[in-house]
Design a protein around this ligand. Structure first.
Ligand code: NAP
Length: 261
């Protein structure tokens, strides 16, 4: 019997998750596994989700705009998913839907070292919530800046971190805004100074596309250690893979399929 997983999103055609997971099945020697795109508009999310277990699905990743709906639809959720308020990884136990958030531990795995000191999160959307929650639970001192300051204040109050209106370089910078997705200049849209990127210890960008983002390129050239958004994508996917298959994720094969060196 074919065992299926996939990614629920709208739109989702651009997703690299099928290539990453299919490469993982091959590298792990898992036969009869398939991972597919599941383009589902919001109005059809609940009924599509309920149909997946009966169609051979063991789980699904969830991306924009369904992460909150995925949590709401689940019969059970991890503390991480409940506290973040969003789920990106669903597992099916019969018809029962279990929700997790692997964006948070996936981000910490991509970071590759325990976060210490002051970390600045740019953004107050879904990924900013997961990253701020992960950094806070790992012991970092978290500051959140957002274009719309009221959203940063709400996030800060809910997660117990600090909202800021100006940004001073520190140990870690994480871009969780959509800036860079369309090739925008990060120094025009974000409170960062081009000449000061070398003052950050580590710069991570959740945005990814073809090649590195302008933020990652500038930070790397200025001497900061950088973490690519594709690394975060691979690591959150690796955690879902392990949950669904019960075998260790072949992370290097997944990285190669994502185009990482
Ligand atoms: P979201 O919930 O829609 O939040 C978008 C955020 O971007 C908000 O804070 C918004 O600020 C800000 N923003 C949008 N346009 C901006 C601009 N021109 N200038 C300044 N701020 C701007 O999105 P999300 O789910 O958090 O995702 C954010 C990005 O991370 C996306 O590019 C997504 O593809 C990426 N992502 C990557 C991974 C990964 O695995 N690598 C995982 C999740 C997300 P306002 O509140 O002011 O509107």
């Amino acid at each position: 019997m074919t065992r299926r997983a996939g990614v629920l999103g709208w739109p989702v055609a651009h997703s690299r998750s099928p290539a990453i997971h299919e490469a993982a099945y091959v590298a792990a020697g898992l036969e009869g596994w398939r991972y597919q795109l599941l383009p589902v508009p919001p109005a059809l999310f609940d009924e599509t989700l309920r149909a997946l277990p009966g169609a051979g699905f063991v789980g699904a990743n969830v991306t924009i705009p369904h992460k909150e709906a995925a949590l709401a639809a689940a019969e059970w959720a991890t503390d991480a998913a409940r506290e973040i308020g969003a789920a990106n990884s669903l597992s099916f136990d019969g018809a029962r839907v279990e929700a997790d958030n692997t964006d948070a531990p996936g981000f910490l795995a991509a970071l590759g070292e325990p976060p210490t000191g002051r970390a600045v999160v740019l953004g107050a959307g879904g990924s900013a919530r997961a990253v701020a929650w992960a950094l806070c639970s790992a012991g970092a001192e978290v500051e959140v800046w957002n274009r719309t300051p009221e959203r940063a204040e709400r996030l800060a109050a809910e997660l117990g971190v600090r909202a800021v209106t100006t940004v001073e370089p520190g140990r870690l910078l994480v871009n969780c805004t959509a800036v860079g997705l369309e090739g925008e200049d990060p120094f025009a849209a974000l409170p960062l100074e081009p000449g000061r990127m070398g003052e950050w210890g580590v710069v991570a960008d959740l945005v990814y596309g073809e090649g590195e983002t302008a933020l990652i390129r500038d930070a790397r050239e200025a001497g900061a250690r950088v973490v690519d958004g594709l690394e975060v994508l691979v690591r959150q996917g690796a955690l879902s893979f392990e949950r669904w298959t019960g075998v260790p994720a072949p992370v290097e094969a997944m990285r190669a399929a994502a185009g990482l060196k």
